[in-house]
Design a binder for this molecule. Sequence first.
Ligand code: MG
Ligand code: MG
Length: 266
Amino acid sequence: MIHLKTPDEIELIRKSSLLVSQTHALLVEYIKPGVKTSKLDDIAEQFIRDNGATPSFKGYGGFPATLCISVNEQVVHGFPSDREIKEGDILSIDCGVFKNGFHGDSAFTFPIGEVDATAKKLLQVTFNSLYIGIEQAVVGNRIGDIGFAIQNYCEFTHKYGVVRDLVGHGIGKDLHEEPQVPNYGKRGKGPMLQEGLVIAIEPMINMGTYQVRTLSDKWTIIAKDGKPSAHFEHTIAVKRGKADILSDHNLIFEAIKKSEYIQDFR
Ligand code: MG
Ligand code: MG
């Protein structure tokens, strides 16, 4: 069942989503070679709790951390550990917060120092594909229009792999609500997009095969061929004419301007 949101509820989801973006922006100050990914998790959890919210992911289905941190060939659901960030890595950080009864969810992939040209291109294409998908998230379209636009750009134009096994989702009182929002699909198919529908659109794009597998830790999903993968996500509200993006990557790019280690890859 799809839960449509009132304008007041959408404003609460915006608050949660902005707190996620502020968390990402704060992390930019700490992301550098030699830092353990578990340190980033500690900083994020403290910041979220200091802002009167709770991390959506911690304890969700038994997930042990505030952030999903997925490095290089890890697609999603990597968890923070003693692993140190290295120059040349790409680091996907997915974060969700719960505040005032509503979740916000957003992800961003950071290039660490100098990354090679192929990784930079993967970030650019994945980032662009998110916004290409969001352009379709308007009243009168269908869920399949979003997935088709993302798949067409990533797979048919750029020959990357669009992950099939994981998809975007409705979001609100629950972190994952209906409908599912695949990053692939057919134009004109799937549920109709209506005013009040709030969804997380989150292309997970692999440099090689779209196929993935789960590591023995039972969480971390990696690209089957071991090639890099990128992930960008926004929580958005469907509107007439143009979607309302509730999380905010601009806060992250502002922080990146001041970072020695992270480049604006756009
Ligand atoms: Mg997410
Ligand atoms: Mg999500």
